[in-house]
Design a protein around this ligand. Structure first.
Ligand SMILES: C[S@@+](CC[C@H](N)C(=O)[O-])C[C@H]1O[C@@H](n2cnc3c(N)ncnc32)[C@H](O)[C@@H]1O
Length: 292
């Protein structure tokens, strides 16, 4: 899909998605955020001040991973193709009193309007799989991070035990998913890892997150959209969320079967400096890809 049609679609989502209109976090939002923030702490050095995060959707809704990475002296840049979603995220940044450290760019993450080497860390959690040329978006995350900087990329997991891929396909065919998101590509852990290797990252670590069944997450959000906080009030549901969270934290092998997989890598010193233009850089990567 070209940039203008993508923008139109996501601006329409910004207007119509119940998730974006949500005024307070549901119980699963709180657990989802806690898991991602502690995974980032586990996988990275924490020695970063300038952070780039692809897409502003989490910050426009109630998971808000990006805002929770902010500490004294840190700056967060969010890039989203939709002015509607970026605008909602900016409103939430104001509500949270972090507006001064959050910088919004409305643009396409496949062509970041940013110079190379200007971030200490770049991350995306469920972003690049929303475009057919996902590898370009991954590459862009690497291009703008400084040599030695850290890169995190999370994508949906084919090997998820609760069959996320099958259920999202069914929900797309039946219709209810269209107001929330476009069809996403799912990956095997080995595919994500080899993409990161092909793009030249060092010190790779593969992990996963969100072991809790996706179907119950959807149910929680859907009930909330109907004005019913039944999942939040259910002691059983809260117990389930807690149990799955403890499981994925204490037994990392279970993360192989979580909803999402994530790779962390470090940019090599001086990588790609001989290439002049972004076009040239991307073409070289694509040639490398087709040659292997
Ligand atoms: C479904 S949401 C992401 C979900 C979120 N990261 C999460 O895990 O809950 C997809 C987001 O990516 C943005 N997006 C999609 N394609 C994009 C592109 N090519 N450039 C920039 N943003 C894009 C959309 O506007 C939307 O905010």
């Amino acid at each position: 899909m070209d940039g203008s049609r993508l923008r139109e679609y996501w601006d329409w989502v910004a207007e119509n998605s119940f998730h974006i209109r949500q005024s307070r976090p549901t119980v699963s939002d709180i657990y989802y955020r806690h898991i991602v923030v502690s995974l980032i702490e586990e996988l990275t050095s924490g020695l970063w001040w300038r952070i780039l995060k692809l897409d502003a959707y989490n910050e426009a809704t109630s998971t808000q991973y990006g805002f929770h990475l902010l500490r004294e002296g840190r700056d967060l840049v969010l890039v989203d193709i939709s002015a509607g979603i970026a605008g909602r995220a900016a409103e939430r940044a104001m509500e949270k009193n972090v507006y001064g450290s959050v910088h919004m760019i409305v643009g396409d993450f496949r062509r970041l309007p940013l110079r190379r080497d200007c971030f200490d860390m770049t991350c995306s959690f469920g972003s690049i799989e929303h475009v057919a040329d996902y590898q370009r978006a991954f590459y862009e995350q690497i291009r703008v991070v400084r040599p030695g900087g850290e890169i995190l990329v999370g994508v949906p997991n084919i090997a998820n035990y609760s069959m996320r891929m099958l259920f999202t396909k069914i929900l797309h065919i039946l219709g209810p998913m269209r107001k929330v998101t476009n069809p996403e590509r799912h990956f095997l852990p080995s595919q994500l890892l080899s993409m990161a290797k092909r793009l030249g990252l060092n010190s790779l670590v593969l992990s996963g997150y969100h072991l809790f069944p996706k179907q119950l997450r959807w149910l929680d959000l859907w009930l909330d959209s109907r004005g019913r906080n039944s999942m939040g009030k259910s002691r059983f549901f809260r117990w389930l969320l807690k149990t799955f969270t403890i499981l994925e934290k204490c037994h990392p092998f279970t993360r192989n079967f979580a909803e999402m997989i994530i790779v962390k890598g470090v940019k090599r010193g001086g990588q790609g400096r001989e290439l002049r233009s972004l076009e040239g850089e991307v073409e070289s990567i694509e040639m490398l890809h087709s040659a292997t």
